[in-house]
Design a protein around this ligand. Structure first.
Ligand code: AHR
Length: 671
């Protein structure tokens, strides 16, 4: 029974709600603990991906003005937008759609512009698409802003041959018809195009398919998506709409082994224009956007069933606010303004994505310029950066960093009879050991007093920035472009391991902490004569836990190129100790993982980094170390006690994706 049912009449109910609201004004307090010894995985930079579709003025006018335009441009791309995108460090850009992708025939968009045929963009206002922005223009844009390309293939009205040829055209360096055609069109070297989408919304505008039919098509398209040279195709299947777990289940079951990722589309819909709202509109949009967390959990659970090792990523390749268009604009162009509420939506979603970094490896907010929750709005030669742009810019410090899970207890922000948590946040530690904390107070009425405790870390210096606004629906217009921009924030006090912050109403605060990791180890050691491979000792014992290896008899010893079971082990009861050195490629913060059945312990420079001891099924445990470039002492202990057996040691760090510790990093010293 809910509390509301216990309250007898309307008057009592009103008094109760007033008291509840008052208490949130008076005692708005949030407590957060961050333990630097407990890491939450790698935040894939691609979580900050963008999406650009041939829709309204996203491409034409927003990005592409053509070489002959009076608007200053570089090879047809407007310079102001280019500079803003460079600053944002966009990691990956999805194109050409959206719904447009399944009507797009890429060969119409290559070669001399005057010879490119036109088409009608039936999805978005029936406008004429002259194909002047095509494959070359898009991939040049990606190169100019330093983003990876994510091309959505046409499955709905295209053919497998067309899709396969597109990959060959863009990525092959060989002598074949497509690579030759590309050269003829002025591009000698192939591009690197890693990400390929197999259709878009194939349950909807991309073909109205049923899941099993689509899944079979995904297998076919995936089969012909070939790798050329160094270019390894990462295949992204069209995924579920919102909460359609049946779609996820079918696609994972039928095509799960042939794809690298599956998309999820979830928009925060709102039937009014972006800035036309009061507190009820503020509350309902933010509440709606928080559903992203539930959706990710729901689809991840289905994916876990088919893919327990999480080889397939969940890619939220369309998300953001979808308001009613700005009054007076073409309803098919999806042009909307962007207020402080959109900034809060962006921050809340990024926080959610970080917390699911085991599955979420890419997201693409819709869309980059002039469409839906855009980063940038343009009007002829004018450009304005939206509050959402500023959130992405403030949050970019989390890209590629290690997530630090927050133990967060926050007050409720109550509106009417509903409540949502007042504060949402994220913390991460980057490869230099700098800690970044971003906090968002969704409550538009009250300051939140935040008490932040840090374990295993000593603060030395803190700086902060804040994004906030005078009104809930403040925005950046062409006339007043700087209403909402980040400014310095210093309303905090800190000691060695705690920070007290007054988090203003409707604000997003980013703190940068420079201090010392208590758990830091660091300097390299001198190894006189390093040679590839680790030493290993093999022991034959019946064990319940890791033993004191000095007390055991060595049955066999030798060299091994990686942490794996020595050949000739008898599978049942034994133990192995690996020792030697790990060669760290550059200064930074490294994550180590040990997956074992049964127990393992990992020591770096004699410090225990991972304790995964005891008899158990395969469990992966993570630890980390801040290490300087060079050799570090490496020891891994393992024991096997009957039943299943498994052993894998992995590493991830700066410029090093999570991978089994490669043989090239492991050494022993020869006398
Ligand atoms: O982003 C706008 C549209 O939303 C996309 O074209 C489509 O995929 C989705 O329905």
């Amino acid at each position: 029974m809910s509390i509301h049912n216990l309250i007898a009449n309307d008057v009592q109910k009103k008094i109760f709600l007033i008291l509840l609201t008052l208490s949130s004004f008076l005692f708005a307090q949030t407590n957060i603990t961050i333990d630097l010894d407990k890491l939450g995985g790698h935040i894939d930079p691609n979580i900050y991906g963008q999406f650009s579709e041939h829709l309204g003025s996203c491409i034409y006018g927003g990005i592409w003005v053509g070489e002959d335009s009076p608007i200053p441009n570089t090879n047809g791309i407007r310079n102001d937008v280019l500079a803003a995108l460079k600053k944002l460090e966009v990691p990956v850009l999805r194109w050409p759609g959206g719904c447009f992708a399944d009507e797009y025939h890429w060969m119409n968009g290559i070669g001399p512009k005057e010879k490119r045929p036109s088409m009608v963009n039936t999805n978005w206002g029936g406008v004429v698409e002259d194909n002047s922005f095509g494959t070359h223009e898009f991939l040049n844009l990606c190169e100019m802003i330093g983003a990876d390309a994510y091309i959505s293939g046409n499955v709905g009205s295209g053919t497998v041959e067309e899709f396969a040829n597109w990959i060959q055209y863009t990525t092959s360096d060989g002598n074949n018809p497509m690579a030759d055609l590309r050269r003829k069109n002025g591009r000698d070297k192939p591009w690197n195009v890693k990400y390929w989408g197999i259709g878009n919304e194939s349950w909807g505008c991309g073909g109205r398919m049923r899941p099993s039919y689509y899944a079979d098509l995904a297998r076919v398209f995936s089969t012909y998506a070939k790798n050329f040279g160094e270019n390894q195709v990462y295949k992204i299947a069209s995924g579920p709409n919102v909460d359609d777990t049946v779609w996820t289940d079918e696609v994972m079951s039928i095509a799960g082994k042939m794809i690298n990722g599956i998309g999820l589309h979830y928009y925060t819909n709102n039937s009014k224009p972006a800035s036309d709202f009061d507190e009820s509109g503020w509350f309902s949009v933010i509440k709606k956007t928080l559903r992203m967390n539930e959706l990710i959990e729901m689809h991840s659970k289905v994916m876990d069933k088919h893919d327990p090792d999480k080889n397939v990523a969940l890619i939220v390749d369309e998300w953001g606010t979808w308001h009613s268009v700005e009054p007076g604009t073409n309803p098919s162009f999806l042009y909307q303004q962007n207020t402080m509420r959109d900034a809060i939506v962006a921050a809340c979603n990024l926080n959610i994505f970080h917390n699911h970094n085991d599955r979420i490896k890419m997201t693409n907010i819709a869309q980059m310029v002039n469409v839906l929750q855009a980063m940038i709005l343009t009007n002829d030669e004018k450009m304005v950066l939206t509050p959402t742009y500023h959130v992405f810019e403030m949050y970019k410090v989390h890209k590629g960093a290690i997530n630090l899970p927050l133990n967060l207890k926050t007050s409720n922000y109550t509106f009417g009879e509903e409540s949502i948590p007042s504060v949402s946040g994220t913390a991460s530690i980057d490869s230099k050991g700098t800690v970044h904390i971003t906090l968002c107070n969704v409550n538009p009425n009250s300051v939140e007093k935040v008490k932040l405790n840090l374990e295993s870390y000593l603060n030395e210096k803190i700086s902060g920035r804040i994004l906030s606004s005078s009104k809930m629906n403040s925005l950046n217009s062409f006339e007043e472009p700087n209403n909402i921009t980040p400014v310095e924030f210093s309303n905090f006090k800190f000691s060695d391991n705690s920070i007290s912050i007054n988090l203003p109403a409707k604000s997003i605060v980013a703190l940068t902490l420079e201090g010392k990791l208590n758990s830091t180890i660091g300097s390299p050691i001198k190894v006189t004569n390093p040679k590839p491979k680790l030493n290993f000792n093999y022991y034959k014992e019946i064990l319940m836990n890791l033993p004191n290896f000095d007390e055991l008899k060595i049955v066999k010893a030798g060299l091994i190129d990686q942490v794996k079971l020595p050949e000739g082990n008898d599978g049942a009861d034994f133990a192995v100790k690996y020792s030697g050195f790990i060669k760290i490629p550059e200064d930074g913060f490294y994550n180590f993982y040990s997956k074992s059945d049964d127990g393992t312990k990992l020591y770096i420079d004699d410090k225990l980094i991972i304790s995964n001891d005891g008899r158990h099924a395969p469990i992966e445990v993570q630890g980390f170390a801040s290490l300087k470039k060079g050799f570090h002492k490496f020891e891994l202990e393992f024991f096997q006690a009957g039943g299943g057996v498994d052993l894998k040691a992995s590493i991830e760090g700066p410029n090093l994706k999570k991978q089994e510790i490669p043989a090239t990093m492991l050494f022993h010293e020869e006398e």
